[in-house]
Design a protein around this ligand. Structure first.
Ligand code: NAD
Length: 480
């Protein structure tokens, strides 16, 4: 009888750019085993969770060199970037969770409602069960392991699927997790959309997705079939506004920093620039000087310029160079998949580069004259994951914060709001659903169970029928 499930046999498949025999992963069995593991209640023990967080810390620390190596191969990242924007960030999340876990796991007592007097009211945080974490390729360590910290802290079992596009990192994660973790508890499954869909067909308890808005919609639709709760960490076009009263020298440095981290392949990178028309010429010149200052005349040879993840993304980005006019940069190297930091001017809102998330080292620059009109215009577009505003004027800063709809952002800088475990990370509308990092990860991966405890003494008659002549007492209790 065909029950529609693939058997656990060997099949031929294109993988890592070659045809190989791979074991068709029996995802149903993995999930069944994880459910059994979860039902032992082992993960409910805070000591167990802490020990697993420490194991994750060990995995990262003992294999730092291997991580540097694969991140170099996948994305051409320097050790500095790999450490600062991936490994250190996860370690920081682990330490934050270890420090706070005892208080997070505590049931929280809340004020009791009079109607149920006498009683005590609590909120318990309980794990969902088996969580499926789907990662993106651009920060392949950070974006798979940061949600994992939250899932471990709450006591879930986890299936972790790194992006198939960061192949070396994905291979390494699978190899290391087998060594450090019980696979009935945490299992790395490698693969593409097809394997991901197979996993989504199973009896999951939570799905945490990082990736594009397009795939996010597919995931949510799939999860809706079984009413599986989801978090969607998506992307979008994050605007960066530089006003006439900004400190232009420092702003130029910080904009280029944000655009060039991971060679622009960051979900919170400033996607495009809106510069006040009064200072536009000067600011564009300062941006050019900054790029020259750091990367010189041969930027493609500079060791801190990473590579574009693959041919498709490289060709997609090269197409944008025909939009507007290249003010600076525009060099490309197809062999190395490198593109130099590029400033595009005379760009129109209708250009392709202004209608897709760029995700590369290309910065289109437009001008504006009135901040409020600009915010009104931006609010008509899809809500971005991040937004940045450079200005010395506190009133205008607050206006920007209150009026522009976006996931989060910064005033007078870029990117750093992503790295603090005290701050939630998450989008709004097209840029995502739900939040994580620090306590927000704990809350995301736990169900809040409301429990009321009643003693046996005092069993008030007021609650039981007959209700005749009792309404006045109820009104008194509710003060209505
Ligand atoms: P993607 O959506 O193509 O893929 C993400 C993951 O989903 C991969 O693991 C992939 O294998 C899986 N997947 C792809 N198609 C699927 C399908 N049909 N069913 C199930 N799973 C499927 O995204 P990407 O190219 O890896 O990442 C780039 C995007 O991610 C950008 O839009 C970026 O802004 C966004 N992003 C967001 C954040 C954030 O924190 N919000 C972080 C990084 C990247």
């Amino acid at each position: 009888m065909n029950i529609g499930r693939k058997p656990n046999i060997y099949t031929k498949k294109r993988w890592n750019n070659r045809m190989v025999n791979i074991d068709v992963i029996d995802v149903a069995k993995i999930i069944k085993n994880q459910k059994l593991f979860f039902s032992t209640h082992k993960t409910l023990d805070t000591k167990f969770r802490k020990s697993q967080l420490k194991t994750l810390k060990r995995l990262l620390k003992e294999n730092e060199e291997l991580f540097f190596d694969v991140l170099k191969k996948d994305l051409g990242k320097s050790e500095y970037e790999s450490f600062g924007s991936e490994i250190a960030q996860v370690l920081d999340e682990i330490d934050f969770a270890l420090k706070n876990l005892n208080s997070w796991v505590e049931k929280k007592r809340v004020s009791a409602a009079w109607v149920s007097f006498p009683s005590r009211h609590y909120v318990y945080s309980v794990p969902y069960g088996v969580a499926y974490i789907i990662g993106a390729w651009n920060f392949p360590v950070l974006l798979t392991l940061t949600p994992l910290v939250g899932a471990i802290a709450t006591g879930n079992c986890v299936i972790l699927k790194p992006s198939e596009l960061a192949q070396h990192t994905s291979n390494l994660l699978e190899k290391l997790f087998v060594k450090y973790f019980d696979e009935d508890y945490i299992k790395v499954v490698q693969g593409d959309a097809e394997i991901s869909q197979q996993i989504l067909n199973e009896d999951l308890d939570y799905v945490f997705f990082t990736g594009s808005s397009r795939v996010g919609k597919i995931i949510m639709k799939k999860a809706a079939e079984r009413l599986i709760p989801v978090t969607l960490e998506l992307g979008g076009k994050s605007p960066c506004i530089v006003d006439e009263d900004a400190n232009l020298e420092i702003s130029a440095k910080r904009v280029i920093f944000g655009k060039m981290l991971n060679t622009g392949q960051a979900c919170v990178a400033p996607d495009y620039l809106l510069v006040h028309e009064k200072i536009a010429d000067k600011f564009v010149q300062l941006l050019k000087e900054r790029i020259l200052n750091i990367y010189g005349n041969e930027p493609l040879q500079h060791e801190d310029i990473g590579k574009i993840i693959n041919d498709n993304h490289f060709l997609r980005l090269v197409k944008y160079l025909t939009n507007g006019e290249v003010f600076h940069g525009g060099q490309v190297d197809k062999e190395q998949l490198k593109i130099s930091p590029t400033l595009l001017v005379n760009v129109n809102w209708s250009d392709e580069v202004m209608n897709e998330e760029i995700f590369g080292p290309i910065l289109p620059i437009l001008t504006f004259s009135n901040l409020n009109d600009t915010i009104d215009l931006l609010n008509k577009f899809e809500k971005p994951l991040a937004a940045y505003y450079f200005s010395a004027n506190k009133k205008k800063q607050e206006g920007f914060i209150k009026n522009l709809q976006c996931g989060g952002g910064m005033i007078n800088d870029t990117m750093f709001h992503f790295g603090n475990p005290e701050l939630p990370v998450g989008g709004i509308g097209n840029s995502g659903l739900g939040q994580y990092h620090g306590k927000y990860s704990f809350d995301t991966f736990s169900h809040k169970k409301s429990i009321v405890k009643k003693p046996y003494y005092l069993d008030l008659d007021l609650r039981y029928p007959p209700f005749k002549n009792k309404l006045k007492y109820l009104r008194a209790i509710f003060k209505l």
